[in-house]
Design a binder for this molecule. Structure first.
Ligand SMILES: Nc1ncnc2c1ncn2[C@@H]1O[C@H](COP(=O)(O)OP(=O)(O)OP(=O)(O)O)[C@@H](O)[C@H]1O
Ligand SMILES: Nc1nc2c(ncn2[C@@H]2O[C@H](COP(=O)(O)O)[C@@H](O)[C@H]2O)c(=O)[nH]1
Length: 389
C-alpha cells in the first residue's frame, strides 16, 4: 500500500501566521479558516479557537458537543473540508479518536441558528454500533412498557436515553433514571446553548433529549432507545443520528383512553389534554412517512414479538450480548498518514503501528461518530492484522 501525503494541521502553519500557538495546540487550515485545537486548560476556548484569514481576526465561535476531556498532546488530520480528525497521544483506543466538524450539514444548520461561527465535537466510537431506535406514539399507548420489556430481556444491548422534562416527577420516578427533572428557565437556557439534540412542548411541558443522553449510551457500547413524541421524532429525523423510527399505535381510541385512565398518573385535565393531542399524533404518525415501522399495540406480548422482529432479535443467538472491542493503549507520541480511508498511526519510539479504519463511519454531531475500526498493523511486513479488528 502506498502512503498518500498526510494533510496535517500542525505547527508548520504557524510560520505563515503569528497565531502564537500555546503548548499542546495545533492549527489546521480549512479554506480561509484556521482551527486551533487543544490547550484545553483554557476553558474559555472549549478546546477550539478559530482564526479567519480573510479578515485577519479571531472569530467568535460556538463550540457544540462534548469536548474531549484532555487535549494535552494530539495530532490532527483534515479528512475532508467538513471535519478534522483529532487523535490523542497517550490515550486508550476507546477515547483516542475525536472529530471536530467544521462544515457538516449539522454545523451549517447551527451557524444559521446561532449567527456565529460554529464547530461541533463528536467522539469516535469503535465498533459496529447499531442504529439508535426512536419510539413514538400517543401518551398511554404502551411505549414505556415495550421499552422496559426490551431493556429487561436485553440489558447488555440497549440503553435508554434519559430525557429532560419540566413536568413534575410521578410517584416512583427517579431523577436521572426516568427523566432529568428540571425547570423551564434552566431548560430554555440550555436549549439556547445547544445542549439538546431535540426538544418539544408536549402536553404543556418541555421535554428534550440532550446530546449527552445519547452519547452516554453510545459510550457504554449499547444501542440507544429514545422514547419521544412525534415532533421530537421529526427533529431527530432531520439530524445526523440515523435512527430507526417506530410508531406505536393503539388498537382503538377507546382502548387508549382506557389505558391512560387505568395508569392513574394524570389528573382529569391532563388526561383530556393528552387525549386531545393523541388525535393529531395518530394522524401524523400514520400519514407523514416519518416512521419506518408502525406497530399496533393490541396484545402486549404479540406486539413485543413484532418489535423484536423489526430489531432482528427473534431467535438471534447473539442477541443477549454486545461485542465489546478490546481496549488498548495508543503510543505516547506518534505520526499519522492517510491511505484511502485508513489512518496509519506510527509510534515515534517503538515499531507499534495501528490502523484506524474510517471507511464505515456513521453518525456524527450531534452525538457520536460510530463505526470506527482499529487494529494493529504487522510491524515487520506492514500487513494489516485484520483478524484483530
Ligand atoms: N397491550 C397492552 N394492553 C393493555 N394494557 C397495556 C398494553 N400496553 C401497555 N399497557 C398499559 O397501558 C398503560 C400505559 O402504558 P405506558 O405507560 O407504557 O404508555 P406510554 O406510551 O409510555 O405513555 P406516555 O407517553 O404517557 O409515557 C400502562 O398502565 C400499561 O401497563
Ligand atoms: N420530544 C420529546 N418528547 C419526549 C421526550 N421524553 C418524553 N417525551 C414524550 O412526552 C410524552 C409524555 O411523556 P410522560 O412521561 O410525561 O408521560 C410521551 O409521548 C413521550 O414520548 C423527549 O425527550 N423529547
Amino acid at each position: 500500500m502506498g502512503e498518500a501525503p498526510a494533510c496535517f494541521g500542525d505547527e508548520s502553519f504557524s510560520s505563515d501566521f503569528h497565531l502564537n500557538l500555546k503548548e499542546f495546540e495545533t492549527a489546521t487550515v480549512v479554506g480561509n479558516k484556521t482551527y486551533v485545537i487543544g490547550g484545553i486548560d483554557d476553558l474559555k476556548s472549549n478546546g477550539v479557537r478559530v482564526f479567519d484569514k480573510s479578515i485577519g481576526e479571531w472569530v467568535n465561535s460556538t463550540v457544540l458537543g462534548t469536548i474531549p476531556k484532555v487535549l494535552k498532546g494530539h495530532k490532527t488530520m483534515l479528512l475532508s473540508k467538513d471535519r478534522i480528525l483529532v487523535v490523542k497521544h497517550d490515550s486508550k483506543s476507546n477515547d483516542c479518536a475525536w472529530f471536530l466538524e467544521v462544515d457538516t450539514q449539522f454545523v451549517r444548520d447551527q451557524k444559521k441558528k446561532f449567527g456565529t461561527e460554529v464547530v461541533a465535537w463528536s467522539k469516535g466510537v469503535i465498533g459496529d454500533a447499531e442504529r439508535p431506535i426512536v419510539i413514538s406514539g400517543p401518551s398511554g399507548v404502551g411505549k414505556g412498557t415495550l421499552i422496559n420489556m426490551l431493556m429487561k430481556e436485553f440489558p447488555a444491548m440497549f440503553g435508554f436515553s434519559v430525557s429532560h422534562t419540566t413536568r413534575a416527577p410521578r410517584e416512583k420516578e427517579e431523577n436521572g433514571v426516568h427523566y432529568h427533572f428540571t425547570n423551564r428557565d434552566v431548560m430554555e437556557e440550555e436549549i439556547k446553548s445547544g445542549k439538546f439534540l431535540e426538544y418539544a412542548d408536549v402536553h404543556g411541558n418541555l421535554y428534550g433529549t440532550s446530546i449527552e443522553a445519547v452519547e452516554v449510551v453510545a459510550d457504554a457500547g449499547k444501542r440507544c432507545i429514545l422514547d419521544i413524541d412525534v415532533q421530537g421524532a421529526r427533529s431527530v429525523r432531520a439530524s445526523s443520528l440515523e435512527a430507526i423510527f417506530i410508531f406505536i399505535s393503539p388498537p382503538s381510541f377507546e382502548e387508549l383512553e382506557k389505558r391512560l385512565r387505568a395508569r392513574g398518573t394524570e389528573t382529569e385535565e391532563q388526561v383530556q389534554k393528552r387525549l386531545g393531542n393523541a388525535k393529531e399524533e395518530l394522524e401524523q404518525g400514520k400519514s407523514s412517512g416519518l416512521f419506518d415501522h408502525i406497530l399496533v399495540n393490541d396484545n402486549l406480548e404479540a406486539c413485543y414479538e413484532r418489535l423484536k422482529k423489526i430489531l432482528c432479535l427473534d431467535g438471534n443467538a447473539d442477541a443477549t450480548t454486545t461485542t465489546l472491542t478490546e481496549v488498548f493503549a495508543l503510543p505516547l507520541d506518534f505520526s499519522m498518514s492517510k491511505i484511502d480511508e485508513k489512518i496509519l498511526i506510527k509510534s515515534d519510539s517503538t515499531d507499534q503501528k495501528i490502523v484506524l479504519d474510517l471507511s464505515s463511519i456513521k453518525g456524527g454531531a450531534p452525538g457520536r461518530t460510530r463505526g470506527l475500526h482499529m487494529y494493529a498493523s504487522d510491524p515487520h511486513t506492514g500487513d494489516d492484522d485484520k483478524g484483530k479488528s
